[in-house]
Design a protein around this ligand. Structure first.
Ligand code: GLN
Length: 191
């Protein structure tokens, strides 16, 4: 059976995620409306502008649907997607979904350093891997709740977290050609 992974396609960097997920042998669906989630086994919320995605979730009737979907399917959020998955953010422009018990600051790495690339070591279920991480106006995770595992850090700050099947990534794993993060996420997809 071919498993379909939805990629939220309201705004932002969704096409690259689709490419990687397809390279890993899954089918993808660009999700814009609630009924499309019925065909998906997992969902990726991409980077972009979290305030815009938040607004579009409401405009397209997706907020409730994504929250409901996340109760029994894995969701991965990258950059703006991670902000949306958080419990709390410092920005009034974003209404978060509360899928990960974390607090985040939008653009939390400081004004001067909007974007940078770093190599980070991530914990995998069977060891670890070094992955290149591209941070673009990245959020900073200020607080993690007790149910949240930190799988990767940069400069002593968590940048990759997991809670149950949900994965939160402050950087852009779709931009480097390295598939480790997507591979890790897709392992929690029940086939
Ligand atoms: N800074 C953006 C936001 O607050 C996120 C940037 C990104 O996704 N690359 O939504």
């Amino acid at each position: 059976m071919v498993v379909t992974v939805g990629v939220l396609a309201l705004q932002g960097a969704f096409a690259k995620h689709q490419q990687i997920v397809e390279q890993l042998g899954f089918q993808t669906l660009a999700v814009r409306y609630a009924d499309e989630l019925a065909n998906c086994s997992a969902l990726i919320i991409p980077g972009g502008e979290s305030s815009t995605i938040s607004l579009q979730l409401d405009n397209n009737g997706l907020r409730e649907a994504v929250t409901e979907f996340a109760r029994n399917h894995p969701v991965m959020g990258t950059c703006a997607g991670l902000i949306l998955m958080a419990q709390k953010t410092d920005s009034r422009m974003v209404t978060t979904l509360g899928l990960l018990d974390i607090s985040v600051s939008r653009n939390g790495w400081g004004r001067q350093v909007h974007s940078f690339t770093a190599n980070i070591t991530i914990a995998l279920d069977n060891g670890s891997a070094d992955v290149p991480a591209v941070f673009i106006r990245a959020p900073r995770i200020d607080k993690t709740g007790p149910g949240v595992e930190v799988l990767g850090s940069y400069d002593h700050q968590p940048v990759l977290v997991r809670q149950g099947g949900h994965l939160g990534v402050t950087f852009h794993p779709e931009l480097t050609g390295d598939q480790s993060i997507h591979d890790l996420f897709l392992k929690s997809v029940v086939t």
